[in-house]
Design a protein around this ligand. Structure first.
Ligand code: GLU
Length: 307
């Protein structure tokens, strides 16, 4: 496929930078990953995928799964319910920051791409039990990515659950602000399970292609996500998807994207293609260093900057 050579060049570019990053240390399972790993996949709007490097390696989606939680929560509850619990404004703060939550009593988290917002969104996910709620997320993830092997990495889940003090503080603060209904721990478990969904670059490129293709499966055209939901999600990816680097990323790369501390970056080039990069060595914002360079390279070479 035509992208094969370009992907090779992008990987070579990304490899020059992996040594400048570090794996996430606050979740023990992530700290164990090989920082030199690097993978890249492009899924065209015809559903054909080109991939290279460590593109078949499974890794946890982490913050990228915030997209799945958000889409599903909107489908289950509608925009009004979900956005009564979370706003749509960028913060410029770190992904796990809680400073703004306590500025005003009752203030809701700024957006669904930071931890506080994603936890509030996860609290809206329906189901009678933890298993039911996670099963709904997995069914949706498998359908979006057409990979029946997609599952929760329960080792990563347990590791994050054991040390998720900051997220526990965040949900308790939101509970005291009246944003969370019911007990906090079950909602937090659903959030940790979402973050621990394990996928590879090919899967994520396919998910990105669905977003790039206005919510339709790139292969058979089946509508998987309603257009207004895709539009809302893509806009939040542009303004808030790359943590406290979102503004600079929009200005320099210009593709709706979402990164995760597992080392993945999902980029949906609207009307063009889905891209997924993987590299567990992260920069200080929590984004894959090599992944970022590869996406920058592709945006530049393929003219993907939407602005
Ligand atoms: N599970 C991670 C956390 O809650 C996700 C963070 C991320 O990928 O940005 O800290």
């Amino acid at each position: 496929m035509e992208y094969k050579q370009l992907i090779g060049e992008a990987l070579a570019c990304g490899r020059r930078y992996t040594r400048y990053g570090k794996t996430a240390s606050y979740i023990s399972e992530l700290a164990k990953r090989d920082p030199s790993h690097l993978g890249l996949a492009i899924c065209g709007l015809d559903g054909k995928t080109a991939a290279a490097g460590d593109c078949d390696e499974y890794f946890t989606m982490q913050s990228i799964a915030k997209l799945i939680g958000l889409i599903l929560a909107i489908e289950q509850n509608g925009f009004d319910v979900v956005f009564s619990k979370v706003g749509m404004e960028p913060t410029g703060d770190a992904f796990n920051s809680m400073v703004r939550l306590d500025l005003l009593t009752g203030s809701k988290p700024f957006n669904p791409m930071i931890n506080a917002g994603a936890i509030a969104v996860a609290s809206c996910l329906r189901g009678a039990t933890f298993e039911e709620r996670v099963a709904a997320c997995l069914a949706f993830a498998r359908r979006l990515m057409r990979d029946p092997q997609i599952d929760v990495d329960y080792k990563a889940f347990a590791a994050e659950r054991a040390t998720g003090y900051k997220n526990r503080a965040i949900i308790n603060l939101m509970k005291s602000n009246g944003i969370i209904d019911g007990e906090v721990e079950p909602h937090l478990d659903v959030y940790f399970a979402l973050c621990s969904i394990s996928a590879n670059c090919r899967d994520l490129a396919r998910f990105a292609a669905v977003l790039a293709n206005n919510g339709c499966d790139p292969e058979d055209g089946e509508r998987l996500v309603p257009l207004p939901v895709v539009q809302r999600v893509r806009s939040l990816m542009v303004t808030c998807g790359m943590y406290d680097y979102s503004g600079e990323f929009a200005a320099t790369v210009g593709i709706p994207s979402k990164s995760g501390v597992g080392g993945g970056i999902l980029s949906a080039s609207i009307g063009r293609m889905g891209i997924a990069a993987f590299g567990p060595a992260l920069d200080t914002h929590g984004t894959s260093v090599g992944g970022l360079k590869m996406i920058e390279f592709l945006s530049d070479r393929l003219g993907l900057n939407m602005f």
